[in-house]
Design a protein around this ligand. Structure first.
Ligand code: AP5
Length: 200
């Protein structure tokens, strides 16, 4: 199964990805995690991405598409993957389409978490507090100021992807405001339609 999880910062993409990885036996490909790892390691990509990420903007399409193209070639992604945080622009979506069609594979679904934006800043603040309480480093972009820029970037550059994927017939929406377990149930109910199709 090859799916995309779509939604604004704090919508629950990462939380839900982690919960379904084992169930479907496919990896979570989070561009945010890959970029943070590159920043931490001080790689050339990390050096280019660091300031942009810390300001809440989007890293260039060329960099992110390159990272994903390499990652989906790895053995664990051969039978499927959960894309978390990618694509984030229509250009990235088109690049993904080209990448997959070159490999003769297709996406099964794009699942968008529909959320009340007013609740998201609270989720991000809570995550920052909880991370600090565990003694772990807090994401530099998890501040109310940077969150506003992230949300603006989402509205301007990423939200148009909903229409893009309506156009391809792949978009499914679920209510991301329910409690975490209820969101997982709804997500699994949607995804099981595709696994049922794949095995029938
Ligand atoms: P990325 O790491 O992708 O961050 P994001 O999309 O801003 O997403 P978050 O990780 O903040 O939110 P999430 O939806 O995963 O929610 P989560 O499950 O963590 O990107 C970071 C940066 O990297 C970008 O700003 C950009 O600079 C760069 N980047 C990444 N990909 C890129 C790309 N493709 N192109 C260009 N640049 C790119 O949940 C958040 C919190 O809410 C958690 O504490 C969680 O416990 C809680 N929560 C989750 N669900 C619920 C619920 N149902 N009810 C209550 N609380 C909940």
């Amino acid at each position: 199964m090859r799916i995309i999880l779509l939604g604004p910062p704090g919508a629950g993409k990462g939380t839900q990805s982690e919960r379904i990885v084992a169930r479907y036996g496919i990896p979570q490909l989070s561009t945010g995690d890959m970029l943070r790892a590159a920043v931490a390691a001080g790689t050339p990509v990390g050096l280019q991405a660091k300031a942009v990420m810390e300001s809440g903007g989007l890293v260039s399409d060329a960099i992110v598409v390159g990272i994903v193209a390499d990652r989906i070639e790895e053995a664990d992604a051969r039978n499927g993957f959960i894309l978390d945080g990618f694509p984030r622009t229509v250009e990235q979506a088109k690049a993904l389409d080209a990448m997959l069609s070159q490999k003769g594979i297709a996406l099964d679904a794009v699942v968008e978490f529909v959320v009340d934006e007013n609740a998201l800043v609270g989720r991000i603040a809570k995550r920052a507090e909880e991370t600090a309480a565990r003694g772990q480093p807090v994401r530099k972009d998890d501040t109310p100021e940077v969150f506003k820029t992230r949300l603006d970037a989402y509205r301007t550059l990423t939200a148009p992807l909903s229409d893009y994927y309506v156009g391809t017939g792949l978009l499914q929406t679920i209510d991301g405001m329910k409690p975490v377990d209820a969101v997982t149930e709804d997500l699994v109910a949607v995804l099981n339609r595709y696994t049922a199709t794949a095995t029938s």
